[in-house]
Write a protein that binds this ligand. Structure first.
Ligand code: AMP
Ligand code: MG
Length: 482
């Protein structure tokens, strides 16, 4: 029995300026920490005939599978608003794997050693941040939010030096592709129109073949990516996800959530929530995420200008028209998403006020976002006196009145609410707890957490400690995890 790798490496065949051919740098003593069995099945891969040592050699990059052509991809990006040349500084794309259904997946090792793009970095990653990406990306997938996936984590048996020495690790990331807004920025900055055209056609063929024959492919790609990104950020807002580092190099053209550095989930509802220690100005705060999505899309539009129309003024006008549709589309989708969270069918012009009044109340009384919707679905997770408060009770009366319109029934609205309101999210203190244990070689807690996060919309027994926010008053902070 073979593993079932089926590589067909198309990015590798693009011009040399798009990437550097490079190999993962072998590591001393690879040790398998986690293998995502569900994902191996989706990819039609089978590792059951290999022992852990053999599996860890593969996911450490010590023995590359047949058919792999490993590369580091070139890209640029606006980091906190400033343009920089970047590229895979600690990642290697080992190839594109085709599942039996012919779905195409990038298989990338993150933390696999220095590349031509490493700048001053060591090309390596630490165990904690790689497991964090594994936990959160898989949680996002199970929350039905488009995301890159995590196939495996191995320890390298080598130390990485950060503020203190840490266990080195490599994450195998699976993505529809790793083409970012920053990839377009990199190629656009080279000012070679033929390269930009190559990238445009490549992306359309790979991700959006439905616009292959359109009259203005660049404009249609912009429209398509704008719609995808609106859907994505609405999903983030739905579950209280804060990406934390929405630089243009961390925005995927395929519409997947990518790059889990300082991300975290909001507990208490506060639109200004920021967890990342490096985001001093709150650029990537919860409530700014849609605004930044639009900002990033504007940078994407700028790259496409030469392909939109030969007349630059006309091209700018066309692109601006698309970008300016953002607010209206976002608002409509956000409103509908919030209606779903409240079980409201149809539309009522007062819905927006009903929704905003609930959010304002949560904000003022410092109430947990996730658990408030659980409360409204009759899952009493936390005993909170505030749910007895008058303002909330009056709000509930308005809500119930609105619920009774459009032939709604409790069965119908609870079903709708249950499909969009998670009963459990990766609570920050729980994530920290299991990472701490994993660093001490105790993998039981992380496996337990992953198991629970597999089914966030299903009622599970004895998980109250995973549903309750931390009682600590200390402000939670995340770090970039490099
Ligand atoms: P990120 O903050 O993960 O989006 O990374 C931003 C850029 O820094 C990317 O080009 C990464 O490849 C690069 N980078 C991050 N950490 C390292 C590292 N330890 N060594 C080399 N490059 C890195
Ligand atoms: Mg990145």
């Amino acid at each position: 029995m073979t593993i079932g790798w089926c590589f067909d490496n198309t990015y590798y065949k693009l011009p040399n300026s798009f990437k550097e051919n490079t190999k993962p740098i072998p590591v001393k003593k690879p040790e398998l920490i986690i293998l995502n069995k569900n994902l191996t099945k989706e990819l039609n891969l089978d590792f059951s005939n290999l022992n852990n040592k053999e599996i860890s050699e593969i996911f450490a990059g010590n023995s590359l599978p047949k058919g792999s052509n490993s590369i580091a991809q070139a890209y640029a990006g606006h980091q906190f608003g400033h343009f920089t040349m970047l590229g895979d500084g600690r990642a290697v794309l080992i190839g594109e794997h085709l599942s039996k259904k012919k779905d195409r997946y990038d298989i990338q090792f993150k933390g696999s050693g220095k590349t031509a793009f490493s700048r001053n970095g060591d090309g390596r990653a630490a165990l904690g941040p790689m497991l964090r990406e594994y936990i959160v990306s898989e949680a996002m997938h199970n929350l039905s939010i488009p995301t890159t996936r995590s196939l495996a984590v191995v320890k390298t048996g080598e130390e990485v030096i950060r503020e203190t020495p840490l266990h080195g690790a490599i994450l195998t990331r699976v993505a529809l592709s790793h083409i970012r807004v920053g990839t377009f920025q990199y190629i656009a900055a080279r000012q070679k129109k033929n390269e930009l055209e190559t990238l445009l056609n490549y992306v359309i063929k790979r991700h959006y073949p439905n616009i292959e024959n359109s009259k203005n492919k660049a404009i249609d790609l912009l429209k398509t990516v704008l719609d995808k990104q609106i859907d994505l950020v609405v999903n983030w807002m739905r579950v209280g996800f804060i990406h934390g580092v929405m630089n243009t190099d961390n925005m995927s053209i395929s519409g997947e959530t990518i790059d889990y550095g300082p991300c975290a989930f909001m507990d208490t509802y506060d639109p200004k929530t920021v967890f990342s220690s490096i985001d001093q100005m709150g650029r990537y705060a919860y409530c700014n995420q849609p605004i930044i999505t639009k900002w990033n899309l504007s940078r994407f539009a700028e790259c496409l200008i030469p392909l939109i129309d030969q007349d630059q003024n006309k091209a700018i006008q066309l692109a601006t028209e698309i970008i300016n549709t953002f607010e209206k589309k976002y608002e409509e989708k956000w409103l509908n998403m919030m209606r779903d969270k409240l079980g409201l069918f149809g539309t009522d012009e007062k819905d927006k006020f009903l929704i905003l009044d609930l959010l304002t109340w949560m904000h003022q009384k410092k109430i947990d976002y996730t658990n408030t919707f659980c409360h409204l679905m009759n899952f009493k997770i936390q005993k909170i006196k505030n749910y007895e408060d008058n303002i909330f009770q009056n709000w509930k009366k308005r809500w119930q009145k609105r619920l009774s319109t459009n032939n709604n029934t409790p069965e119908k609205y609870i079903k709708l609410m249950r499909s969009v309101n998670p009963l459990v999210i990766p609570r920050n203190h729980k994530v920290e707890e299991v990472l701490h244990e994993a660093n001490q070689n105790n993998l039981k807690p992380i496996n337990q957490l992953l198991e629970i996060l597999n089914n966030p919309y299903t009622e599970q027994k004895n998980i109250i400690e995973y549903q309750t926010p931390s009682i600590s008053n200390e402000k939670y902070q995340t770090f970039c995890g490099t």
